[in-house]
Design a protein around this ligand. Structure first.
Ligand code: SAH
Ligand code: SF4
Length: 373
């Protein structure tokens, strides 16, 4: 039987209870592992004897390995290729913002260096969006809570992670219980991340959005809308058939009514598909009554997505102008980062072999992180 990750919190909790071990030791063990991910259990001082034998028989400090790290030439992004116990690969991407001089007039950002980690929630994805390389792989497996948290453990040794975005491989709301548990761990000792600095991005799993606000209040929600009308959405996102736009919009209104939080809307710009003026007006009308920030994402041709073209800069600007000026909607255009290392967020690859097959990669989120600050 495979060993479980020590960050699989509910399994650990249950085993501690069965073995009569005080669960107060769990955060202390996590803290030690965060500082020493390659430790042996016996190196941790002052645990009860029963804890050592339980840990040795059932758990590993870290079940995944950091296979490789590539840094972009400007050092703004680093891509972590992580090998799971099963042999599958997932990627996590670190984005550092304080190196973006200009925003702070060339000065260091107040509060010191900080970084955002883009994490994966699944190997592959079953939602099959036509523009997404992860989608073209199909679904392989869900990550466990531990495997999600371990991406943060690996990343902490490279950068001071302050923000998390679930925009890596997979649909986080299709792995709901592991997602919720992982976010809860990330906000507790020893990680102590603010839930306000954690964003999950979803294709729009309506029933899960309805639960999310209750299970993880304060979390940021980003929705991959990508089209203002149901038929275009269905063309590019097969999942839209199961989760129709009107139901999704009802869920977002309810979410906002209860959470009082703004919602981030992601909109990938696909030439001739969803980037015309008509669609900008339709989107403006659709979102007018919500408090949203729209993030226009330049499409990155990657993997099996050659049917689409990136919208021209002019069209993107015009789309942005309509949303801003006619509908007063805060609208940003996503910057692309880390392309020289194939730094990808949203279309990550499953294996070394597939990685070689994928020609290039994606743009990374900058705007959502900026908005948290
Ligand atoms: N499954 C979730 C989160 C992972 S995808 C979701 O779909 O929201 C993260 C983001 O990357 C999504 O907004 C997704 O639409 C976007 N994305 C996927 N493929 C892309 C591509 N080829 N170019 C640019 N963005 C892409
Ligand atoms: Fe899955 Fe998101 Fe890619 Fe769609 S865009 S296939 S939901 S990872």
């Amino acid at each position: 039987m495979a060993y479980r990750s020590i960050f699989d919190a509910s399994v650990v909790q249950k085993e501690f209870e069965i073995n009569g071990i005080n669960s107060q030791f769990i955060p202390l063990i996590w803290k030690y592992v965060l500082q020493n991910p390659n430790c042996k259990w016996d190196e941790i001082p002052s645990l009860p004897a029963a804890a050592y034998s339980l840990l040795n028989s059932k758990f590993l400090p870290i079940t995944s390995t950091l296979h490789s790290v590539s840094h972009s030439t400007d050092d703004v992004t680093s891509k972590l290729l992580i090998k799971l116990q099963s042999g599958a690969f997932v990627e996590a991407v670190i984005m550092r913002y304080d190196t973006r001089l200009g925003k702070y007039a060339g000065k260091q950002r107040p509060g010191g260096p900080r970084a955002t980690l883009c994490v994966s929630s699944q190997v592959g994805c079953k939602m099959g969006c036509k523009f997404c390389a992860t989608g073209s792989m199909g679904f392989k497996s869900n990550l466990s809570t531990g495997e999600i948290v371990e991406q943060l453990v690996h990343a902490f040794h490279i950068s001071n992670i302050r923000n998390i975005v679930f925009m890596g491989m997979g649909e986080p709301l299709n792995n709901y219980s592991a997602l919720v548990e992982a976010v809860r761990i990330m906000t507790k000792s020893p990680f102590q991340l603010s839930p306000k600095r954690i964003t999950i991005s979803t294709v729009g799993i309506v029933h899960a959005i309805n639960k999310l606000q209750h299970d993880l209040p304060q979390l940021n929600l980003a929705v991959s809308l990508h089209a203002p009308v149901q038929d275009i959405r269905c063309q590019i996102m097969p999942a839209a058939r199961a989760f129709p736009l009107n139901k999704l919009m009802d869920a977002l209104h309810l979410y906002q009514k209860n959470s009082l939080q703004k919602i981030f809307i992601e909109y990938i710009m696909l030439d001739g598909v969803n980037d015309e003026e008509l669609q900008a007006h339709q989107l403006g009308k659709l979102l007018e009554t919500l408090e949203v920030v729209v993030n226009l994402i330049p499409f990155n041709p990657v993997g099996n997505t050659s049917q689409f073209r990136t919208s021209s800069e002019e069209k993107v600007k015009n789309f942005q102008r309509i949303l801003r000026e006619k509908y007063n909607i805060r609208t940003t255009v996503r910057k692309e980062m880390g392309q020289d290392i194939n730094g990808a967020c949203g279309q990550l690859v499953v294996s070394e072999q597939q990685k070689k097959m994928l020609a290039s990669s994606s743009g990374l989120v900058t705007d959502i992180e900026d908005l948290h600050l």
